[in-house]
Design a protein around this ligand. Structure first.
Ligand SMILES: Nc1ncnc2c1ncn2[C@@H]1O[C@H](COP(=O)(O)OP(=O)(O)OP(=O)(O)O)[C@@H](O)[C@H]1O
Length: 643
């Protein structure tokens, strides 16, 4: 305790005089009223160590001090406390602490209610979403306005701590800002889970745009989630943007037909329901510099401007306001910021505030009428981020299995590698093979399997300007034939000796060692005979390199032309593989084929070949080895082939 003389009023001069003499801590004069009666007293001290059996221990301080000229203590004898010999020095509570804890125990055991405080306790550091529900939300048949619980807000001016909710059709889009690691992703997870608990997959579709570090992944299995999009999803992003742009257009037209300006009014007027669409975007700044930045930014800005009326909402997180273009952030009214390294940044987001922003995760300012102190909820309980994610996945799984109705369609994407087995396992392909069709590949736009009817299959050309690529594409088409046609019906002219591995999978295998001539002439005669007798040979003939086949077989141009011409009439299906150079040479045969061929695989840029006429003049990208054009009915379609 400090010397009490400092609190003596100036008027008490005697007391002041005496008090000036006080040298001991806790010693004081006490005066009651304004007369000169005052008492010297010693204030009680509660800071001593609490040692209930001190008397029995006989602990006494025998230290002898000298008071020096400066009034300081100097130890004269040696330290007799024995502390230097003690093995284990324990800190004991002070007498004050001991008394307080005893009172606490007593009030608890006797259930004595605490005295009401004139202010509310501070917001908790951790609030689990479940704690904020009055009633656990559940799926309802009737579509309700899109609403979520965000956390708790402290309103000291109103002596209130309220659950902070966000009603999208009223409050619009929502953005949360902060320095790294302050709780943005966790709040988005909370929003995602809460939305999924309240709305069925028929009432709400969610798209997760994860431009951060997989923070939204635990939400992927929610039945409302259509898909997750990463900034490097080269195939998915353009399809996603097309899908959303078409949906915006469709909703605008529909709403115009009913002369309404909101989803709610459309549903009232038409009696139909359309799902609300939520875009949860984590770490918006992660989009910067990516290939599709402009495309996505444009789409997100359009949603920020037109979305609310169409039932499409954004909930996004990012570090700073500056990462969002003005055209985007001015359309987002509801903003939350957690701790920012630079406080002016936080004030720029939610407006001026005077209370200091605490450096706690999930603690920040929410723009209410004025900025108010806010604690975000976490979706589920957990010790750390890993724990929270694991528990969240568990709850998401429960929601996933409990929904048996329709779900939003995923954005179709072609697999990175299409194995022969996976391709042939596709239900569409199984049906095509049963229907006497030859599987060709997977189309990219809608990821549909492409196949062609074998009955009307004309001579088929595999064309490329690189031998390795041609070998790859030829192998693919050979595999397709092997897996859809009986072995006995396949003849393989391996004019480059590169397909010996397939010799056992076909009915006839002929390579250079055996000589192609005899078999080639036999084939020609068989075609002629069948033509005369109007027989059907039902054969597939694969020629792995047309140029060497022609030179090695010694067939004349006429012989070859006859075979080509008559083959279709007698059920012989040719598949030729040829290098681009074969057609550059402009021989009689190459010109003959060029004029007639109208089906094939082009494993090179369309602009660099002259065999097939281009159906589109869009800029050509570089293809991977398993991406080719399929030319059919005068149109080229980009397809994925097996690897
Ligand atoms: N509201 C909260 N209450 C308590 N703990 C939280 C809260 N929000 C987040 N945390 C914890 O803080 C850590 C960081 O959270 P989170 O990943 O959500 O931050 P962030 O701002 O998204 O980070 P970054 O910018 O790096 O993506 C996690 O361990 C998380 O469990």
């Amino acid at each position: 305790m400090q010397n009490l003389k400092s609190s003596i009023p100036d008027t008490v001069t005697f007391m002041e005089m005496y008090a000036a003499e006080i040298t001991q801590t806790g010693r004081a004069y006490l005066q009651v009223g304004n007369n000169e009666v005052y008492e010297l007293f010693q204030a009680a001290w509660s800071g001593a160590d609490y040692q209930p059996d001190k008397d029995e221990l006989g602990i006494e301080d025998h230290t002898i001090y000298l008071i020096n000229d400066l009034g300081q203590y100097e130890v004269l004898n040696q330290d007799l406390s024995g502390l230097d010999l003690a093995e284990d020095i324990k800190e004991v509570p002070t007498e004050l602490e001991a008394i307080v804890s005893q009172i606490q125990l007593l009030t608890e055991s006797q259930q004595i209610a605490p005295v009401p405080q004139p202010w509310l306790p501070p917001l908790p550091d951790k609030i689990v979403l479940d704690e904020l529900y009055k009633n656990q939300p559940h799926w309802q048949e009737r579509k309700l306005p899109l609403e979520v619980i965000l956390g708790k807000v402290d309103l000291p001016s109103k002596q209130l701590q309220q659950i902070a909710t966000h009603i999208y059709p009223v409050d619009g889009h929502l953005a949360v800002f902060s320095s790294p690691g302050m709780g943005k992703t966790t709040l988005l997870q909370s929003v995602g889970l809460d939305l999924a608990r309240r709305n069925t997959p028929e009432q709400l579709h969610i798209y997760l745009l994860d431009f951060g570090t997989n923070g939204l992944l635990p939400l992927l299995a929610l039945p409302q989630v259509a898909d997750i999009i990463y900034p490097d999803d080269e195939e998915k992003i353009p399809k996603f943007v097309t899908r959303i742009s078409e949906e915006i257009r469709r909703r605008k037209t529909l709403f115009a037909d009913y002369r309404v300006a909101s989803l709610e009014n459309f549903e009232k007027a038409s009696g139909d329901t359309l799902p609300s669409i939520m875009f949860i975007i984590d770490s918006y700044e992660g989009l910067k510099g990516s290939k599709y930045e402009d495309l996505l930014e444009k789409m997100i800005t359009t949603i920020s401007r037109d979305g609310a009326g169409l039932g499409m909402y954004l909930t996004l997180s990012t570090r700073r306001l500056g990462t969002l273009k003005a055209a985007l952030h001015t359309n987002i009214r509801a903003k939350i910021t957690f701790k920012q390294t630079d406080e002016t940044e936080a004030k720029g987001i939610v407006g001026k505030y005077t209370v200091p922003m605490e450096e706690k995760v999930g603690r920040g300012m929410l723009k209410h009428e004025d900025p108010e102190v806010f604690q975000a909820s976490i979706p589920v309980n957990g010790q750390d981020a890993f724990d929270i994610n694991e528990n969240l996945k568990e709850i998401v799984k429960q929601l996933d299995v409990s929904w048996t109705g329709l779900r939003p369609d995923r954005i179709p994407v072609v697999p990175d590698i299409l194995t022969v087995e996976n391709f042939l396992e596709m239900p569409d392909i199984k049906t095509s093979i049963q229907n006497m069709e030859l599987p060709i590949g997977l189309e990219f736009e809608e990821v549909k399997a492409i196949s062609v009817s074998i009955n009307h299959l004309k001579p088929f050309l595999v064309l490329s300007d690189k031998d390795t690529v041609r070998l790859f594409a030829t192998t693919h088409i050979l595999q397709m034939v092997i897996h859809s046609i009986e072995k006995e019906r396949i003849t393989l002219f391996d004019s480059t000796n590169e397909f010996i591995n397939f010799s056992m999978d076909v009915g006839r295998y002929i390579n250079l060692e055996q000589g192609l001539t005899k078999e080639a002439f036999e084939l020609k005669n068989a075609i002629l005979q069948a033509r005369k007798k109007r027989n059907q040979l039902n054969k597939f003939v694969i020629i792995t390199d047309l140029q060497t086949f022609l030179s090695e077989s010694q067939l004349s141009d006429n012989d070859f032309a006859m075979m080509y011409e008559e083959s279709q009439k007698v059920g012989v299906h040719f598949i030729f593989s040829a290098h681009k150079n074969f057609f550059m040479a402009s021989t009689t045969i190459s010109k003959y084929i060029k004029e007639r061929v109208d089906i094939g695989i082009i494993a090179q840029k369309m602009g660099d070949q002259t065999v097939f006429t281009r159906s589109s003049f869009a800029r050509e990208e570089n293809f991977n080895i398993d991406e080719v054009y399929f030319h059919y009915k005068d149109i080229q379609t980009k397809i994925k082939i097996t690897k």
